[in-house]
Design a protein around this ligand. Structure first.
Ligand SMILES: Nc1ncnc2c1ncn2[C@@H]1O[C@H](COP(=O)(O)OP(=O)(O)OP(=O)(O)O)[C@@H](O)[C@H]1O
Length: 263
């Protein structure tokens, strides 16, 4: 049992941002959310995280509506990496990552909390940035520090058996290619090894196919398709959704699909 959205509508100033979207996150799996710019992907993530109340429908975590959860209990169960995080204060990168431990401050010893921070910094490859000031890091470095913050939050307790949810809004945006792979590998590892239910909004079709267990496609605020990655990522559907020609072949060496696109 985990995070479940049922018949979600979002309407702001008479604009329909989401219409009748139902979606469930699965423990141990990474769900990729694809769709054109302005489709409603970030809006969906904000509804799933509890940051935005839907106009209609419900989001439940373990069958309990999100608005009935205490914020500290919700923070123990789901971590969010938003699309952009600005912090004006001169915190170090380690301070920012440590913020992910606030739900566990009183539950774990300082030693355990420090270990969880160090582990997440290694996973997100930001250990070498630990003492640098966050506001002066590059965009990609800040992105990885934010990923580490979300990862350390979703690590929870050392012997935690509760399923966590990890919600990532374009975690690879602005990253060099090696770090794009590293970030998605870290997200997938977190899902598999800690039975975390993950969601990542992505724009790269090849990375989505390579790292995600299932795919949801959103277009014009509507869920168009949702299911196992290769069943959903059909060239005809993708070409239609993204208004360009998309073909799919197979990388024989790695046995992974390869998507090519042209206008
Ligand atoms: N607070 C708001 N008020 C009015 N319209 C909004 C608001 N927030 C988002 N929108 C609009 O809702 C639509 C969906 O936005 P959203 O950010 O969810 O898209 P997205 O799929 O994440 O896009 P992208 O891939 O460009 O990040 C857009 O047209 C956006 O302008």
């Amino acid at each position: 049992m985990t995070l479940k959205a049922t018949a979600i509508d979002v309407e702001i100033n008479s604009a329909k941002l989401l219409h009748n979207v139902s979606l469930e996150l699965t423990p141990g799996k990474l769900l990729g959310v694809l769709g054109p710019n302005g489709a409603g992907k970030s809006t969906l993530l904000k509804v799933l995280s509890g940051d935005l109340a839907p106009s209609g429908g419900t989001v439940t975590l373990d069958d309990i509506p999100l608005h009935n959860w205490q914020s500290i209990d919700l923070a123990k169960r789901r971590a969010v990496m938003p699309q952009a995080s600005q912090l004006a204060f001169p915190f170090s990168a380690r301070d920012v990552v440590s913020m992910g431990r606030w739900p566990y401050e009183k539950l774990c010893s300082p030693f355990i909390n420090r270990l969880a921070v160090e582990k997440a910094m290694i996973l997100a490859d930001v250990k070498h940035l630990a003492d640098r000031l966050y506001p002066v890091l590059s965009g990609g470095e800040k992105q990885r520090v934010q990923l580490a913050r979300a990862l350390t939050q979703s690590i929870g307790l050392t012997d935690d058996t509760e399923t966590k949810c990890l919600l990532l809004d374009e975690p690879t945006a602005g990253l060099d290619i090696a770090h794009q792979h590293a970030v998605l590998a870290a997200a997938r590892k977190q899902c598999k090894e800690r039975n975390t239910a993950g969601l990542a909004i992505l724009h790269d079709l090849n990375q989505a196919a390579q790292y995600c267990d299932s795919i949801a496609i959103i277009s014009n605020g509507t869920l168009i398709s949702n299911g196992p990655t290769l069943e959903v990522m059909k060239p005809e559907l993708l070409s239609d959704i993204f208004s360009c020609t998309i073909s799919r072949s197979l990388n024989v060496a790695s046995e992974t699909p390869v998507f090519l696109s042209s206008i």
